[in-house]
Design a protein around this ligand. Sequence first.
Ligand code: ADP
Ligand code: MG
Length: 270
Amino acid sequence: MTSTMIEGSPVTAAASLEAVDVAAWFGSSLVIDNVNLRMQPATVTALIGPSGCGKSTFLRVLNRMHEAVPGAQMAGEVLLNGEDIYAPGHRVTSVRQRIGIVFQKPNPFPAMSIADNVTAGLVLTGTRISRHDRETLVEESLTRAGLWNEVKDRLETSGSALSGGQQQRLCIARALANKPDVLLMDEPCSALDPMSTRWIEDTIRELGKTMTIVIVTHNLAQAVRVSQWSAFFLAEPGEPGGIVEQGSTDQLFSAPQDPRTADYVSGGFG
Ligand code: ADP
Ligand code: MG
């Protein structure tokens, strides 16, 4: 595992992630510009804002998934513990292992067992692990994702037999099995029922005590429940998206400085 980590960076203490003057394009279309955001260690940062303002694009820039889109480009820096993940010498697979991502629609591998789903990331990166260590990792990851008790007696059954909420927790476990420093989540609850949503929110709050988490959410109450810092993204008509305002979640929701933020957090648009 250690050999695939970026050298010289701590893997135990929570990491900081900082976007500096980030811009991103699809072809010639500039979709976000001038994004500066410091995502503090052991903190949940929420990205809010209407559809189409570039939140998902920004998230994909943060772990170098944006460059997988043909014709996509970015500018600026993304500093993980002060080191630019775009600097030459940083392998993309290693960056994506350290900065994991969970998407809106749970996407476990349907042909794989629950246990194999958890360790799928290790297979992709060619990480070798003993049977005992693998069992420990599966239990630890599923426990952190809040799923262990529900699946411990059927680890070798298919992941696709789980409910939607359980599948999403399985995807969280799969991301955690890579021992990431940062977990990115793109509307992780928007396909789930309220009970599953609350369960995942509990997991996010718990993980956020020790990990750096960035979550995109359309659910403003969710941002208030799970995050300590919030950034409001907006794209004016014909302009690229960017951060209008950021601050502690308490401050952003109770005393927004910009009238556009005030409109949005009071449910005015989007
Ligand atoms: P959000 O997540 O805030 O809804 P996105 O990051 O998905 O916003 O999209 C930002 C802008 O980039 C939108 O105008 C969207 O149409 C455009 N966009 C997103 N993905 C692509 C893509 N693969 N190719 C071209 N344009 C895209
Ligand atoms: Mg999006």
